[in-house]
Design a protein around this ligand. Sequence first.
Ligand SMILES: NC(=O)c1ccc[n+]([C@@H]2O[C@H](COP(=O)([O-])OP(=O)(O)OC[C@H]3O[C@@H](n4cnc5c(N)ncnc54)[C@H](OP(=O)(O)O)[C@@H]3O)[C@@H](O)[C@H]2O)c1
Length: 295
Amino acid sequence: MGHGVLVTGATGTVGRHLVGRLLAHGVRVRALCRDPERAAALLPDGVEIARGDLTDSTALESALRGVDAAFVLLADDAGQAFARAAHHTAGLHQLVALSADAPQGPGFDNPLFVKHVQGEARLRATALPLTVLRPGPFASLALQWAPALAAGDVVGAVHPDLAVPVIDPRDIADVAAAVLLGPAPSGVRILPLSGPQALDVHARVRVLGEVLDRRLKVARIAEQQWVRLATERLPETYARQLMDVERYLIERQLPVVASVREITGSAPRSFRTWAQDHMAAFSAPDRAPSFEEAS
Ligand SMILES: NC(=O)c1ccc[n+]([C@@H]2O[C@H](COP(=O)([O-])OP(=O)(O)OC[C@H]3O[C@@H](n4cnc5c(N)ncnc54)[C@H](OP(=O)(O)O)[C@@H]3O)[C@@H](O)[C@H]2O)c1
């Protein structure tokens, strides 16, 4: 079998772009999917589909057979099943992991932090060449504003002044593709990734309004209200964990870093570019209440 890559999360925010990049370079792509029928409808022709869950090491072992690299998403088991499967798979030459900037130690028991810290450690322990991508918040998080913007002109935010260098998921896919298409690295490489500029919610909503040609506003809302609204689409525990991540990001002040340009040779896409390419997502009618209506 020739060069082949197992892409986990292939139907997801980063994975779907990575699949396209790899196919375009003639790489054999196998996608690990929990729902093969749904995945087949979403993924381009030419992708092999392997049924499996990221927490099932037996399914992973079989999905890894015959590929020489893998793009690894960390699931709730923090890479445990993947690491076990990788130990039992001959022929794997490198892993590229989608992780995040996460704190560790006392007081940082948020599962969203723990899965990244433990997941990275487990993948390191496989002793395979490993590239860890640590992007900041995705530009696509703005999609969570779509229901409010279908119902009105106001985005509700708990921390509207929190500035983060949001990254376009396509840039993360470009970095992953460049690493997977390049020579297999040795050892472990950690790559913090960022967009070109730190933008708070006011700035991102202003850009989105300009792109959509609408006068949009931001309202500061209480955490309790945000959690109540978020639970229309997320489990409450997860919504609370996300607020905890925002508090961490306020302290952390993620820097803008040069790694996207260094690895891909191109500047990272701006939030304006992301917004221009996703305008359609903000025009679909939606019956969800706006933050004002729900208050
Ligand atoms: N969102 C951010 O701002 C952000 C920031 C920094 C880092 N990250 C990292 O990026 C990752 C992906 O981010 P996202 O929030 O945009 O998610 P996403 O890519 O939409 O994640 C869902 C994808 O993962 C697959 N998946 C999830 N659980 C799985 C499981 N147990 N077994 C097999 N496949 C599974 C889904 O497959 P199905 O088609 O089967 O559902 C889907 O393809 C996060 O987990 C995090 O590690 C995210």
